[in-house]
Design a protein around this ligand. Structure first.
Ligand code: IPT
Length: 974
């Protein structure tokens, strides 16, 4: 092996070697006409790249990570830290190396043709041999490597292709993204052939003016181009013309002795239908390369979207319009197959994003599977395409290390050369979290010259000065910047670049508090244009609890609605026995590992609503089209009036004919009934027909207005059955197994944990309050119980007054929270019910989970749901299942027995099968046993969720203040 030139280079510890024998990257898509080499390959896993492969083969699936197949090398999660201590460019001696081998039958009719092997992705160094002969090397784990095999394989014969994949390398230091470490060939492998005379590349420029330009690169495998070749092209049937002037100038250029083979085609497409994320209009382009006799030597197909992207002043414009970027960071991810994702997976991801109001993706933090961009073009999503560069742990050393200079330029340029014909890509990104150095500027220099049609961004550069013209970022793209800093910058008069956060609103666990506040500011502050939520996926890997092994593909169907089948769980950092890891920080997406939307998705959907509703001069309504490019004709709607007395009235709605940005007054659809109490009007908006990403009738948004506030109500005390309390002053009630007591604590969310709140609450002892009744007084029919709760920062006094009222008991509570307890999780009561009360019906916000600072997407109405469905299975068990703004609720058994609660005013309520302490004690859901009854929390006040696991905490207005809190509720038996 030492005399093998590929190994002799020791490419796993040579950052200067980015490739060897690899073909230049290009944008000609050969996938459709290629021979797939996907499937089972012979496989063996060696302990190091220098180990010799033996005869002991097993098999491995391509594409696929070996870490999710039948090997001992398992997934490993670290965020910033490298999993081993070696400094760049070194890699560890223990270095799993996969050897994949298979025979390939080369079609006989490929005789005389150029034959190319494409390996879609290999982590992190790929060495290719054919029949034992060295072919080439490729690094850059998320882009393909292509190798010319024409001289190595014989058509009509079989060749042995060997792919050696070295897991750890110098390149790993610049692929230190926050994700699982895997190894393997993770995208498809294929073999294709072309005529010796072939289209080596095409560059499409399709501005909104319709002036199409296609630059071709023609090459001949034999060397000089043969006489008489020419190219033709057509777009949706319209012929393209060869730009003779360009050809002549090219041919006459002193520096070029002969015509280069780089012709330019052009066409003016009149009445062009322009591409935007709202209107993803695509045209079919065909480019043909002809031999002198007119026969076709090669053909390239490309879908084309005509659009402009530019920055004018501090605004990012698409086709001249200022857009909002409602983005999310997306990794290629699947809970069974890791970074190997199928067409159907990706289509489902993007359709889901569209249905929930997202219009943009940042391909965090590497070029995604090529199909992703085809789908973004087709379904309509803006893309920030990000190069595979993250040197987080050694960022400072690497950004200026000349040994890594090649790699930076290589990775950025290869991404651009692959992807530049996609209309969906509106911004290039130089990578993530790699400090900022000369290596970035080198890559940016290449990029600006090569593609002047798009802005570029890089957070590491932007952070040196959001307005600094000298840094390599055209966008001010901070991560997790406090909202007030963004607003201050936009109002400062100093802003020079659009401000679009590359990451914000960290979705770890029960999170994304204040998203609506962010968007209220973005939509009202010129200069702010949006951002990308971190992130789309919770990267939980389906794992067998007993064996500790990932299920891989055999786990298909073994999960549903975010819940893993019994005996299985969603693994996060540490679950595969990693020695150093970053725990549940890998689970910070807006969808659960199987793609089930977390409640924040509904919040986002409403924040992004294309139709808005407002009140108009007290008696009318105003409807607004809040899109940038589209009318309202693709939407249908229904009016709904929810009355506190239980009625919901509906009426068909006629959406006005509005262009983007327009508003219209519309009459009130209902005569408001004189009775019925509090009244809410909702416009339930759905798709009017089938969209490529949603069938007809899919709900798009539910804007809502309060038409009549609740009248003041008080309950008269009645002479009735006495209220019974036990010797400890605890309410005795046939439906309660545990009487209402004070609750100041919640099972810490990830934000509570990482933001330090959970530790403070524990120091105060709020999780283990000890109650003691100090006074029980009877006054007529009512009973007053005064209790003291011992905690570490001082005693907390809680008073409950139980009064018989018609059909039930009125409970009036108050607590005096000493100053020492500033910022607790909740102030409220908790009680538990008998089993069998399995249905919750409520009038309040819903139907999905909502919290005080994440309550914009849950309309007030009459909702009902099985108790078991109210809880969101966040990967690490934590506070979950809350409903905001609840006015009244009923908990009932199938025979309609049960209880009802009417609250003094809208409160945070949760009904689950778990006590806070059950959730706090569990690390995974398989450790939780649902209680047979219900655990009911009624909160006078509940702390906001914020995003403190990475980024700002909630706003002060969502924090709980010390002092006196009062709340009241009436409990009745049904
Ligand atoms: C930021 C990273 O870019 C991203 O990959 C992810 O780790 C995210 O944080 C947190 O989940 S970097 C962080 C140091 C702000």
């Amino acid at each position: 092996m030492t005399d093998d030139p590929l190994f002799a280079l020791r490419p796993w510890e040579s950052p200067e070697v980015t490739s060897w024998g690899r073909l230049p990257m290009n944008a000609v898509d050969r996938r459709a006409r290629a021979l797939s080499l996907d499937g089972d390959w012979r496989f063996q896993l060696l302990p190091a790249p220098t180990a010799e492969a033996g005869d002991d083969w097993s098999s491995a699936r391509v594409p696929g990570a070996w870490t999710l197949q039948d090997t001992d090398d398992l997934p490993w999660y670290t965020n910033v830290r490298m999993p081993w201590p070696d400094f760049p460019p070194a890699s560890p001696a223990a270095n799993p190396t996969g050897v994949y081998e298979r025979e390939v039958d080369v079609p006989a009719d490929w005789a005389g043709r150029r034959i190319v092997l494409q390996v879609g992705a290999a982590e992190s160094v790929l060495l290719v041999h054919v029949d034992g002969r060295p072919v080439g090397i490729s690094k850059d784990s998320h882009l393909a490597g292509e190798f010319d095999l024409s001289d190595l394989v014989g058509p009509g014969t079989s060749a042995t292709v060997r792919l050696t994949v070295v897991k750890w390398s110098d390149a790993t230091h610049i692929e230190d993204q926050d994700q699982w470490w895997h190894g393997g060939v993770t995208r498809s492998v294929l073999l294709y052939s072309t005529d010796p005379l072939y289209l080596a590349d095409i560059t499409v420029r399709a501005p909104a003016s319709g002036e199409l330009r296609v630059d071709c690169r023609v090459r001949n495998a034999g060397g000089a181009l043969p006489e008489g070749w020419y190219v033709t092209g057509e777009i949706d049937g319209q012929l393209l013309l060869q730009d003779a002037e360009f050809d002549r100038a090219n041919a006459e250029d002193d520096r070029v002795s002969d015509f280069l083979g780089e012709p330019r085609l052009g066409a003016h497409v009149s009445d062009v239908r322009t591409w935007t994320a709202e209107t993803p209009e695509l045209y079919d382009l065909t480019v043909r390369l002809h031999r002198a006799d007119g026969t076709v030597a090669d053909t390239a197909y490309q879908r084309v979207g005509f659009r402009d992207v530019e920055i004018v002043g501090r605004d990012l414009l698409v086709n001249g319009e200022r857009i909002y970027v409602r983005g999310v960071n997306r990794h290629d991810f699947h809970p069974l197959t890791g970074r190997t994702v199928s067409y159907d997976d990706m289509r489902a991801d993007l359709a889901l994003l569209k249905r929930f109001g997202f219009n943009a993706i940042r391909t965090a933090h590497y070029p995604n599977d090529p199909t992703l961009y085809d789908l973004a073009d087709e379904l309509g999503l803006y893309v920030v395409d990000e190069a595979d560069i993250e040197s987080h742990d050694h960022a400072h050393e690497i950004a200026d290390d000349p040994r890594y200079l090649n790699a930076f330029v290589d990775r950025v340029s290869r991404m651009v050369l692959r992807d530049r014909n996609h209309p969906s890509i509106i911004i290039w990104s130089l990578g993530n979290e790699s400090d900022y150095g000369a290596n970035h500027d080198a890559a940016a220099g290449w990029l600006r010259r090569h593609d002047p049609t798009r802005p570029l961004q890089y957070e590491g550069a932007a952070k040196l000065g959001w307005a600094d013209p000298a840094v390599a970022s055209d966008i001010a793209c901070p991560m997790y910047a406090p909202l007030e800093d963004c607003v201050t910058h936009a109002l400062s008069g100093e802003q020079t670049k659009p401000l679009i956060q590359c990451e914000y609103s960290h979705a770890m666990g029960n999170s994304n508090g204040t998203l609506a506040d962010h968007w209220a500011a973005i939509e009202s502050t010129p200069g702010l244009q949006g951002g990308f939520i971190w992130e789309f996926w919770d990267h939980g890997i389906l794992q067998c609890v007993n064996s500790g092994r990932p299920l891989g593909r055999s786990g298909a169907g073994l999960y549903d609605n975010g819940v893993a089948a019994p005996g299985l769980r969603w693994a996060y950092g540490g679950d595969f026995g990693e020695t150093i890891h970053d725990g549940a920080f890998i689970a910070d997406g807006v969808v659960l590992p199987d793609g089930t939307p977390k409640p924040v998705m509904y919040e986002h959907r409403e924040i992004a609503a294309p139709v808005r509703l407002g009140a108009f001069r007290h008696e009318g309504l105003v409807v607004a089209n809040h899109q940038c490019f589209r009318g309202l004709d693709w939407l249908a709607a229904t009016w709904e009036l929810a009355l506190a007395d239980g009625r919901t009235l509906t009426a068909p709605a006629e959406l006005p004919d509005l262009r983007p940005g327009e508003t219209a007054a519309v009459p009130l659809p209902f005569e408001l009934p004189a009775d019925g109490g509090e009244a809410w009007l909702t416009l339930r908006v759905t798709t009017a027909g089938d969209e490529p990403w949603a069938p007809r009738g899919t709900e798009i948004c539910t804007p809502q207005l309060l038409l009549r506030a609740a009248p003041d109500a008080s309950e008269a005390a009645v002479a009735g059955p006495r209220v019974t309390v036990d010797a400890d002053g605890l309410l005795v009630h046939p439906l309660l197994t545990s009487a209402p007591v004070l609750s100041l604590w919640r099972a810490p969310t990830d934000n509570d944990e990482l933001g330090g709140m959970a530790a403070r609450w524990q120091d105060w002892g709020l999780d283990t309050l000890v109650r003691k009744a100090v006074d029980v007084r009877r006054d007529g029919g009512s009973v007053t119980v005064l209790a003291e709760y011992a905690a570490n920062a001082g005693v907390i006094r809680h008073e409950q007054v139980f009064t018989p009222v018609r059909g039930g008991i009125r409970v009036e509570e108050s607590v005096g929270l000493p100053d020492a307890y500033a910022d607790v999780a909740r102030v409220g009561s908790v009680f538990e019910t008998v089993s069998g009360l399995d249905l919750l019906e409520w009038f309040g916000q819903g139907p999905w989970e909502s919290y005080p600072d994440r309550a914009a997407g849950a309309p007030v109405g009459h909702h009902s749901a099985p108790v078991d469905s109210l809880f969101t299975p966040y990967l690490r068990p934590q506070e979950s299942g809350g409903r905001h703004g609840v006015r009244q609720f009923r908990l009932s058994a199938p025979d309609a027995t049960g209880l009802s609660v009417v609250l003094d005013r809208p409160r945070q309520v949760s009904v689950t099968r778990f006590r806070a302490e059950d959730l706090a004690a569990a690390t995974h859901h398989d450790q939780l046993t649902p209680r047979p009854g219900c655990v009911v929390h009624i909160d006078a006040a509940h702390r906001g969720l914020g995003t403190a696991s990475c980024g700002p905490d909630t706003f002060p207005s969502y924090l709980l203040q010390p002092g006196t809190h009062r709340w009241a509720w009436t409990l009745r038996t049904l």
